[in-house]
Design a binder for this molecule. Structure first.
Ligand code: PMP
Length: 451
């Protein structure tokens, strides 16, 4: 691969491409890094550099790159039936077999699936489905959905509204009406001197306060990620989910656990809700469902909710690519790989404990205020003063460190001054060692610039 190619592709990007979540002027001044191929947990760029993908793409390549079984599943399905819709009282084998396979691994009592093309579409579906559900139940005034500040549920109008990213709300007049937000259980960032468990309870109690403020007769649902991903791998204190469960049991509202990141093994269980012992009514899924090889999402629905929808006449909602046969065939094969190779069990019993032990060693670095993680997720909080948790001002330290990582063969993502990882679930212990030592090198390089 030659330099010339890189410049050619970068020029095409400048001339024709508007990539997602990008500052176009800044990106065009610099040029994109061109990723040309991948295998296992590694990416290669057009200059021939090998990069350890500490983010599994965008939290999705759970079984790793280069899986010939998935290629074959897609090719077989493309030859047999590349496309057909599910609108005309029609269905096809892959979508039905996939729905059954998901019902088998989902939490008890969740045996129905609505398919979409992405996580955002799944959350748009959820918004319409819960409002429709309450209308069918004769309570059409139950419309309000409560989300959390700094939660992420996608980039469509409903997804971004349910999410609590203020920068996203600032563009395009979001959130749409009927959506409220409560604070996040981000102890390191917002807990100050409070005991973490007391903080967790206090943040959970905001849900009850919000329900009472809005009026329970108007509240349709609460939506949350089991662990906030895009917000910065925010792992709630142990007291948080039990308190939320207690509040949910007291009021007649639906619970939506957004499993787009936590689903399909990220925590060492099939779903984040399994890890936390939650019993959601709806679970948006995507990403790890197909390990990102083709786009697909869905919503797993509790049987009681499905029974109400059953009585509701036509649900006027769906997508051309709902349950796309090629995506469904790939998803089925991906679930088979996860099972056949015991990948999630290995995460739970071996690689996640190992990653978490090694990752926490980084807490001794002068820039690292906290090194936390759970399952195959990790975060580092970069600070100037560990005792007071004061951040550096006027320099984008997280971005700088992220750049050093890329230059030294590691993908870590920066959310402000929080660095995060979410590697493929198949990463080995030796590759975890490589990840941690590269992370340390990049922290050193970053520290060298701010001294
Ligand atoms: N929900 C969560 C929890 C996510 O992390 C994401 C994507 N990062 C989405 C929804 C949106 O998914 P998509 O980008 O596939 O629309």
């Amino acid at each position: 691969m030659t330099e010339g190619n890189t410049q050619h592709w970068q020029a095409l990007g400048r001339r024709h491409h508007l990539p997602p979540f990008s500052d176009y002027k800044a990106l065009n001044a610099k040029g994109s890094r061109i990723i040309t191929r991948a295998e296992g947990v590694y990416l290669w760029d057009s200059a021939g550099n090998r990069i350890l993908d500490g983010m599994a793409g965008l939290w999705c390549v759970n079984v790793g790159y280069g899986r010939e079984e998935l290629v074959q599943a897609a090719a077989r399905q493309m030859r047999e039936l590349p496309y057909y819709n599910l609108f005309f009282q029609t269905a096809h084998p892959p979508v039905l077999e996939l729905a059954e396979a998901i019902a088998e691994i989902a939490p008890a009592g969740m045996t129905h699936v609505f398919f979409t093309g992405s996580g955002s579409e799944s959350n748009d579906t959820v918004l319409r489905m819960v409002r429709h559900y309450w209308a069918v139940k004769g309570q059409p005034q139950k419309q309000v959905i409560i989300g959390r500040w700094n939660g992420y549920h996608g980039s469509t109008v409903a997804g971004a509204s349910l999410g609590g990213m203020k920068a996203m709300h600032g563009q395009g007049g979001l959130p749409i009406p009927g959506i409220e937000h409560i604070d996040q259980p981000y102890w390191y960032g917002e807990g100050g001197d409070e005991d973490p468990e007391a903080f967790g309870v206090r943040m959970a109690e905001q849900l009850e306060q919000k329900i009472l403020q809005v009026g329970v007769e108007k509240v349709a649902a609460f939506i949350a990620e089991p662990i906030q991903g895009a917000g910065g791998v925010i792992i709630p204190p142990d007291s948080y989910w039990p308190k939320i469960h207690e509040i949910l049991a007291r009021y007649d509202i639906l619970f939506i656990a957004d499993e787009v990141i936590c689903g399909f093994g990220r925590t060492g269980e099939w779903f984040g809700s399994d890890y936390y012992g939650s019993a959601p009514d709806l679970m948006p899924i995507a990403k790890g469902l197909t390990s990102g090889y083709v786009p697909m999402g869905g919503v797993i629905v509790r049987d009681e909710v499905a029974a109400v929808l059953n009585e509701g006449g036509e649900f006027f909602h769906g997508f051309t690519y709902s349950g796309h046969p090629v995506a469904a065939a790939v998803a089925l094969e991906n679930l088979r790989i996860l099972k056949r190779e015991g990948i999630i069990d290995r995460v739970r019993t071996h690689t996640a404990p190992y990653l978490q032990r090694r990752w926490r060693e980084l807490a001794d670095h002068p820039l690292v205020g906290e090194a936390r993680g759970l399952g195959m997720l990790g975060a580092l909080e970069l600070v100037k003063d560990k005792r007071t948790r004061t951040r550096f001002s006027g320099i984008e330290l997280g971005m700088r460190c992220r750049e050093h990582c890329l230059d030294n063969g590691l993908v870590m993502r920066a959310v402000g001054d929080t660095l995060i990882i979410s590697p493929p679930l198949v990463i080995s212990e030796a590759q975890i060692d490589e990840l941690v030592s590269k992370a340390r090198l990049c922290l050193d390089l970053t520290a060298g610039e701010v001294e």
